[in-house]
Design a protein around this ligand. Sequence first.
Ligand SMILES: *Cc1c(COP(=O)(O)O)cnc(C)c1O
Length: 356
Amino acid sequence: MKKHNFNAGPSILPQVAIENTAKAILDFNGIGLSILEISHRSKEFQAVIDEAVALFKEVLGIPEGYQVLFLGGGASTQFCMVPFNLLNKKAAYLETGVWAKKALKEAKLFGEVTNVASSADRNYCYIPKGFTVPTDAEYFHITTNNTIYGTEIHEDYNCQIPLVADMSSDILSRPVDVSKYAMIYGGAQKNLGPAGVTFVIVREDILGKVERTIPTMLDYRTHIKEGSMFNTPPVLPIFTLNETLKWLKALGGVEKMYEMNKKKAGLLYDAIDNSKMFVGTADKDSRSLMNICFVMKDEYKDKEEAFMEFAKKQGMVGIKGHRSVGGFRASTYNALPIESVQALVDCMAEFEKNNM
Ligand SMILES: *Cc1c(COP(=O)(O)O)cnc(C)c1O
């Protein structure tokens, strides 16, 4: 039976990216060797990483003055690399979920941290508004999409101090004005590629301003200087990421993704809002286009497990909500076809009809 992959991360990738990766594992570019067994410094792999950097810049519209890096360590390593490289005395953080909180915790190791606003009071079901960012902080850190709670910051903030964003789960899902950010980073495994590679977009002029000594591997300047090849980069994940970027560009780029993502999310949110049995968990104005969280209304709570079973039988994969929210979460990343969303909507309607 056809599987509908709503996994939150690692998550669905374009079929063509997976097929081309499989081919490259068997015989890379017809050189008679697997991509797994060649040097990262070979001209064949250099061409892959060069193309990935160029495509990333092109599809996201990254202006001059910014560098694109592909590193290891996940977004979680960026939680400490960011303050290591940018925090002298004080930083500001917006606490919109556990990932944001983890980032904030690491920053405290390096200096004073102002928690500008938090939505912890209602289990992170909304994006705080009307907060003030201290102008004496060295940067302001935000998490644009809160993967666990299904909330998203839909605008590019105008910020007087350098803006740093964890975009792990909404990168390339919508157009972004990169010039408003000093840094954008994320793990690739949500919307961009397989696990193992982390992307970093950094405006070079913000670096080299801290007083401390930075270990070589944790200094962005090392990786800029060496073109992400100071040490062995995650070769295979970068290959698949590049294939995903090629797929995205061929389909019409980020604008097209945004249009498709709005359609997919709209379809599911409408179904949730029109349902007598299901209800969304995030405030409407904060709803994510990437991770759609919902539960059963109190009077039907005892049917959640039955719905999970029913949905599983219809081919739905990965719709269990994160344990801190409960219920269900459907991740509708770029590569998820609208047919899968329709299948989930049909499945919800059928269950509701049979169980009211
Ligand atoms: C998944 C996720 C992370 C953690 O990424 P790792 O690559 O596993 O370290 C961080 N931030 C957000 C928003 C995420 O969704």
